[in-house]
Design a protein around this ligand. Structure first.
Ligand code: FE2
Length: 140
């Protein structure tokens, strides 16, 4: 169904396409974070396992918001396969790198998501945008 929101179809599709890119990258970051939650080992297992859980839950919530914004623009959300093709986040060849390597990979990936031109404070996870919870959604 075509939404009647006062934006021409071509412009809605262009915005949706940009959101799908953010969705694809955020979904890839979610998957990486959840994988590390499962596989982290070592003396910092407890705090890192919990940190990664907090982060993947935030990412999951962001993914849902982004996908529903795509739908509100009259465009279907992409399949997992489509998101895997579009993401700019590198996949994990090693599912269980060292804890330090996990942290570095997550930081690099998170910075990539938030530095993308289509990203925003609303769609980025709050652990990398500390002001997110202090800002109303409409201010982004
Ligand atoms: Fe778990």
């Amino acid at each position: 169904m075509e939404p009647d929101i006062g934006i021409a179809k071509k412009k809605r599709e262009a915005v949706a396409d940009a959101l799908v890119q953010t969705l694809s990258d955020t979904y890839a970051l979610y998957q990486k974070t959840h994988l590390y939650h499962w596989n982290v080992e070592g003396p910092r297992f407890g705090p890192l396992h919990l940190l990664f859980e907090t982060q993947y839950n935030e990412l999951w919530a962001a993914i849902d918001l982004i996908a529903e914004r795509v739908r509100a623009l009259g465009v279907y959300a992409p399949s997992h396969a489509d998101m895997a093709k579009r993401t700019t986040i590198s996949s994990d060849n090693d599912p269980a790198p060292s804890a330090d390597a996990m942290l570095k990979a997550l930081l690099t990936s998170a910075c990539s998501v938030i530095s993308a031109p289509t990203s925003s404070r609303v769609t980025a996870p709050s652990y990398i945008t500390s002001t997110r919870s202090q800002q109303p959604m409409s201010s982004s």
